[in-house]
Design a protein around this ligand. Structure first.
Ligand code: BGC
Length: 340
């Protein structure tokens, strides 16, 4: 009898131990069992065409992910309206709500350390996108990521659209046949990594491609259509019939330049090139208002931002899900589009 009790006791102990092991491993895997994730997204400006397109695509990605995985996604997207203090408070709120990951399109890329410090304290992974923090900040923690485009690549593709056109028919750019291609330049925010590099490499590519260039003038229009249009209007008055090419750091500014030409009734075939391939830019290309643009794959862009945030939210190893450079950087693919 005693022996039987002994065996029973051993069996119970073994069962309890087994249960303990199973329970523990389930707890360790616990993140996989999560049935919902919560992600906060803050945009530097919701009214920026490129960012607005990206926003729509991120929302789409979240819906698809829910369908595919059955995991519920709670995603809150807020607009910092160009104000860094507003954005800092938005991040504070995301932290206090206990979000699993955040995606930050930072207003002022030079002060990312503030948000990074708070996120590290709260153990909240951050996916920065489109506006790149300096490398020193990015290196502070392994749960910081950046998704963007290679600015040099955009610019080289943009420059080559014009080089090809010039090689095919120099008079298509040198409208007055004086042996020089006279251009104006519309630049994005001067603190944005994309503006500086795009400007430099667009011009360099034209020079390397053997296009004889003459810069008339240029201005900073902060990615904005109406600011670009105002510059162009002024230049068309100051340099009547001189502008042959308009090189723009993005599509919205390219469309602004086209608006000014239309308003002036200037019918010369001035070539305007942009970057982004936003729906508005593509429409401009279709109607011939823009000569070319460089399209980044906005679906891919959004999908990578979302995938990183979702993987971090579930405690998965991000590098096994998305191929990253230096474990934290992703560059989206781009292609040149032109009417010719
Ligand atoms: C895009 C612009 C956009 C800016 C915002 C750039 O990469 O080309 O269209 O306005 O990012 O940060």
């Amino acid at each position: 009898m005693k022996k039987r009790y002994g065996i029973l006791a051993v069996a119970v102990i073994l069962l309890l131990a087994l249960w303990g092991v199973l329970y523990q491993s389930r707890k360790e895997d616990g993140k996989e069992e999560k049935k919902s994730i919560r992600i906060g997204v803050t945009l530097y400006r919701g009214d920026d065409s490129f960012i607005n397109t990206l926003r729509g695509n991120i929302e789409e990605q979240a819906k698809e992910y829910e369908k595919e995985t059955g995991i519920k996604v709670v995603m809150e997207i807020v607009d910092a309206k160009g104000n860094q203090n507003t954005q800092n408070s938005q991040v504070d709120r995301f932290i206090s709500l206990g979000y699993d990951a955040i995606c930050v399109n930072i207003v002022d890329r030079s002060v990312a350390s503030n948000i990074i410090g708070k996120a590290m304290d709260a153990d909240l992974p951050v996916v920065f996108f489109n506006r790149e923090p300096v490398e020193e900040d990015m290196r502070r923690w392994e749960k910081l990521y950046y998704v963007g485009e290679n600015a040099k690549e955009s610019a080289v593709l943009q420059g080559n659209i014009l080089v090809d056109a010039y090689k095919k028919d120099s008079s298509s750019l040198d409208l007055n046949g004086d042996g020089k291609v006279s251009y104006v330049l519309l630049e994005g925010e001067n603190s944005h990594q994309d503006s500086l590099i795009r400007t430099e490499w667009s011009i360099q590519t034209l020079k390397d491609g053997g296009v004889p260039l003459e810069k008339i003038t240029g201005g900073i229009a902060n990615w904005d259509r109406s600011q670009a249009s105002a510059w162009m209007e002024q230049w068309l008055l100051e340099y009547p019939d001189e502008v042959e090419v308009v090189i723009c750091n993005n599509d919205d500014m390219a469309l602004g330049a086209a608006d000014a030409l239309d308003r002036k009734g200037d019918l010369r075939p001035v070539k305007i090139v942009g970057i982004d391939g936003t729906p508005q830019g593509l429409e401009g290309l279709r109607t011939g208002r823009l000569f070319g643009t460089v399209q980044c794959d906005s679906q891919e862009y959004a999908s990578v931002i979302f995938k990183i945030a979702a993987a971090e939210s579930l405690g998965q190893k991000v590098q096994e899900i998305v191929k990253l450079d230096r474990d934290k950087y992703y560059e989206c693919s781009q292609k040149a589009l032109t009417t010719h």
